[in-house]
Design a protein around this ligand. Structure first.
Ligand code: ATP
Ligand code: MG
Ligand code: MG
Length: 551
């Protein structure tokens, strides 16, 4: 991956700092606490926290908690944990939009007093009918001409809890004929009698997102309010509020293209559904695109940050292929993951000329290119396991692994020659026999003869049993969310394969739960932090060694 891709926001900020528009920048990441974060949010987090870091500014974490019905404390805690996991720190700058409810309320009264807001009695359906369409102007509500006094009185009674949910709303009085539908007297407040996770029952009217966001930015002194492109149409409204309210600062909104990732769905509704239907084991299922999921799977925050850098920040909608994310994970783990040997589908091998009861140790480097990462010991003995796939009785041309009559190298140990097989009554191979060349200690022949194949192995008596979960993409179609069909029909039936019979080299016995390994020739793995038990390890495959999807 190339480290720095283009990011038009950098240029804007550089100019703003150079020409003195700002002396320092303040950004914010504003999640709504109604679900868990996903890889799309990671892009927004990396942009906002990354710009603040790079320009010596500050990034706020702000919970956009304006809808009490859908929001929960559990999400708040999980969002904080995910942002920290990605490597970012908001310091003392954590806020909630609900902290500004009183100020927002005062500003709503201010608009009423200025003749720029009114209490609406039309029902939601009627309001929709009055709103008009893209080609047709809207119609003014009969309640639009209420007096300031009547509006103030009604709005105060809304706050006092006199009216039922949906009975009235407060609207801005802007322009029912505006070509931008967002400016056709948008709703500012609605009545919701619900307990809010932060402010409890203090309020029964709640401000809309549009009436909250820009003012919150202004209160916090945000300089660059960075959001996804779907808010471009809201920008005139964002600015209308800043123009018409006595706000303490003047933030500016910038939009960027959201992350669309192939082979994944990211809408909260669909992620909820995958969990609720039991299609995945939970929000942290290692196949989920949630930050909890990819974290449990073993993706590193470094890889996710590198991915976000690499894809850059632009203004045109585009799709990023899942293979790019996977390649970032591979690139990071290739640098850092210690190597180890694990046999997933074991086939027993007996080295007939190796003394029974004897064992010896070989030094295996933890990383082939990085001696500074040290080494570990692997134990060799007469009875071993190799991968079933690494043996063929009647091999096709070009098969350089173990096959009767020819030689193969057992990595780090010896060259062996296969002498025969033992089969069960059904003809299935249950054991392979071979002889080792004692002069090939370490793996090279004394006479310099070339051995084409090298395979991994573990010693039967020294191996540890493990469960290994081979995760793959959750969907087998690049665009499961394309519409016109149920996305669930594109689920990948092979998105997880559980192998209960794996044999690991014993150095993995006390693997730290956070360590990611390369199982040689297999891929990158980590202990599952939830299901792994001392003495009963479970390993997750994080990513394969090579991309098997891109053709
Ligand atoms: P939903 O629309 O499913 O409710 P959301 O995207 O609105 O999800 P928020 O909690 O409002 O979720 O998002 C917080 C921030 O993350 C917003 O600024 C939003 O623009 C950004 N964000 C969300 N999804 C993506 C994405 N796919 N790519 C980039 N940024 C995203
Ligand atoms: Mg949302
Ligand atoms: Mg949103």
């Amino acid at each position: 991956p190339t480290p720095v891709a283009n990011n038009f926001l950098r240029t804007i900020i550089e100019d703003d700092l150079k020409n003195g528009k700002h002396t320092t920048i303040v950004t914010r990441f504003p999640p709504e606490p109604n679900g868990y974060l996903h890889i799309g949010h990671a892009k927004s987090i990396c942009i906002n926290f990354g710009l603040a870091r790079d320009f010596g500014g500050c990034c706020h974490l702000r919970f956009d908690d304006t809808n009490p019905a859908k929001e929960e404390m559990e999400y708040i805690e999980s969002i904080k944990e995910s942002v920290r996991w990605l490597g970012f720190d908001w310091g003392t700058h954590m806020y909630c939009a609900s902290e500004y409810f009183e100020q927002l309320y005062q500003w709503a009264e201010y608009l009423i007093q200025q003749g720029k807001a009114y209490v609406e009695d039309l029902t939601a359906d009627e309001m929709r009918a009055y709103r008009g369409t893209l080609t047709e102007p809207g119609k003014e509500s009969p309640w639009r001409s209420r007096s300031t006094d009547e509006n103030l009185d009604l709005f105060r009674r809304m706050r006092a809890g006199e009216f039922a949910d949906g009975a009235k709303v407060l609207r801005a009085k802007i322009d029912m004929a505006s070509p931008n539908i967002n400016l056709r007297d948008p709703v500012l407040y609605r009545i919701i009698h619900a307990t809010h996770p932060h402010v409890g029952d203090a309020w029964c009217i709640y401000p809309m997102y549009d009436f909250t966001h820009g003012q919150s930015d202004a209160i916090e002194g945000i300089t660059h309010s960075i959001c996804t492109l779907e808010f471009e149409d809201h920008k005139p409204l964002y600015e209308w509020f800043l123009d018409n309210l006595p706000v303490p600062s003047r933030p500016r909104q910038y939009e960027f293209a959201r992350l669309n990732l192939t082979y994944a769905v990211m809408s909260k509704r669909k992620l909820h559904e995958l969990v609720n239907l039991g299609i995945v084991s939970g929000w942290d299922d290692p196949r989920m695109p949630t930050l909890m999921g990819i974290r449990r799977r073993g993706y590193t925050p470094e890889a996710v940050r590198a991915f976000c850098e690499m894809i850059g920040v632009g203004r045109s909608d585009s799709w990023i292929d899942m293979s790019i994310l996977e390649e970032c994970v591979r690139a990071d783990l290739n640098e850092r993951a210690p190597r180890a040997m694990a046999v997933l589908r074991p086939l027993k091998v007996v080295v007939d000329n190796y003394p029974e009861g004897q064992a010896e140790e070989f030094e295996a480097p933890n990383h082939p290119q990085k001696p500074e990462m040290g080494s570990h010991r692997v134990t060799f003995s007469r009875e071993l396991f190799i991968e079933q796939d690494d043996f063929m009785e009647e091999p096709p041309k070009g098969f350089f692994r173990m096959t009767p009559g020819s030689e193969v190298r057992l990595r780090y140990a010896y060259i062996v020659r296969c002498t025969g097989v033992v089969k069960d009554e059904n003809g299935a191979i249950i054991e392979v026999h071979c002889e080792y060349d004692p002069a090939s200690r370490g793996g090279s022949a004394a006479d310099g003869r070339k051995i084409k194949g090298t395979i991994h192995w573990v010693s039967q008596a020294h191996a540890m049993d493990a469960e290994v979960r081979l995760f793959d993409r959750l969907f087998s179609d690049p665009n499961p969310d394309r519409g016109g069909a149920d996305y669930k029909q594109f689920l990948n039936p092979l998105s997880v394969e559980v192998i209960g019979t794996a044999k690991l080299e014993k150095s993995l016995a006390d693997a730290d739960l956070e360590t990611r390994f390369q199982f040689e020739r297999q891929g990158y793995f980590r202990p599952d932090p939830v299901d792994s038990q001392p003495g009963k390890p479970v390993f997750n495959r994080i990513v394969t060694l090579r991309d098997a999807w891109t053709k």
